[in-house]
Design a binder for this molecule. Structure first.
Ligand SMILES: Nc1ncnc2c1ncn2[C@@H]1O[C@H](COP(=O)(O)OP(=O)(O)OP(=O)(O)O)[C@@H](O)[C@H]1O
Ligand SMILES: [Mg+2]
Length: 237
């Protein structure tokens, strides 16, 4: 079974959409559209009657919802009628709505976040989950082995819940080693580059286990409808 990404052009690149119940990593630098992408995915799910939970780990909930108001996804209404839920798990306490993180131990953070997430998923019978960004959870963990274990345990928890999940990852280069790319079932990159003094944005599917997917980078735009991928046009460099 496939789950629509909610992004025009991307489902075609994925031969129908994300594989159901899998963990997808969405990688990209600042301002590439990771947050918009992930909320567009949940808004489209809600539109089909599939409930979703969005865990914000960096931007406070009020700002996240304000930033995407322009797209008309009715997220506040959806939250009010319990078809959508935002869990504010910001590591930095910006305001009254945010959680106060009492411990910097990644084990404690993972435990309390997964507990709240499992409860929220069960309460609204969610089928889709977003963690935005995943890096925030393990940022204080210096030990590589433990970092890998924490990430793997979050992925396990999500697979057990049988939700289709998009986890954003704040990364800018392919040169560094990101273990989460190996642990995830799918990896998508959002990238910006300059071509003849023009900025172009491209989306590329690095991997998607069990899916025969488009391997070419394709251009995407962000406008007042959200993200649209031009999946039939080649990208010229
Ligand atoms: N209404 C809009 N029309 C066109 N472009 C927009 C609109 N709203 C946002 N953008 C673009 O989207 C970018 C922000 O997208 P988003 O917040 O999803 O990025 P992000 O990858 O999550 O960034 P970060 O890593 O900083 O969280 C803006 O920098 C802007 O370029
Ligand atoms: Mg973001």
């Amino acid at each position: 079974m496939r789950v629509s990404t909610g992004i025009k052009g991307l489902d075609e690149m994925l031969d129908g959409g994300f594989p159901e119940g899998r963990v997808i990593l969405l990688c990209g630098g600042p301002g590439t559209g990771k947050t918009i992408f992930s909320l567009q995915f949940l808004a489209a799910a809600a539109e089909r009657g599939e409930h979703g939970v969005y865990v914000t780990l960096e931007e406070p909930k009020s700002l996240v919802l304000e930033n995407v108001e322009v797209f008309g996804w009715k997220l506040r209404e959806r939250e009010a009628n319990k078809t959508f839920r935002v869990l504010d798990f910001c590591a930095v306490p910006f305001g009254v709505e945010t959680y106060e993180v009492k411990s910097r131990d990644t084990g404690d953070i993972v435990l309390s976040m997964t507990k709240d997430l499992v409860n929220a998923v069960k309460e609204i019978n969610a089928k889709c989950v977003v963690l935005d960004p995943l890096n925030s959870i393990t940022v204080h963990e210096q030990r590589a082995g433990l970092k890998r274990y924490r990430i793997a345990s979050i992925f396990d928890e999500l697979r057990k819940l049988r939700v289709t999940s998009v986890l954003t990852s704040e990364v800018t280069s392919h040169e560094d080693f990101y273990m989460e790319e190996f642990l995830a079932d799918g990896v998508i990159w959002l990238e910006k580059s300059i071509q003849n003094f023009n900025l172009i944005k491209t989306v590329r599917i690095e991997k998607m286990r069990g899916v025969k997917h488009d391997e070419q980078p394709r251009r995407y735009i962000i406008n007042d409808k959200g993200i649209t991928v031009y999946n039939t046009e080649p990208v010229k460099f």
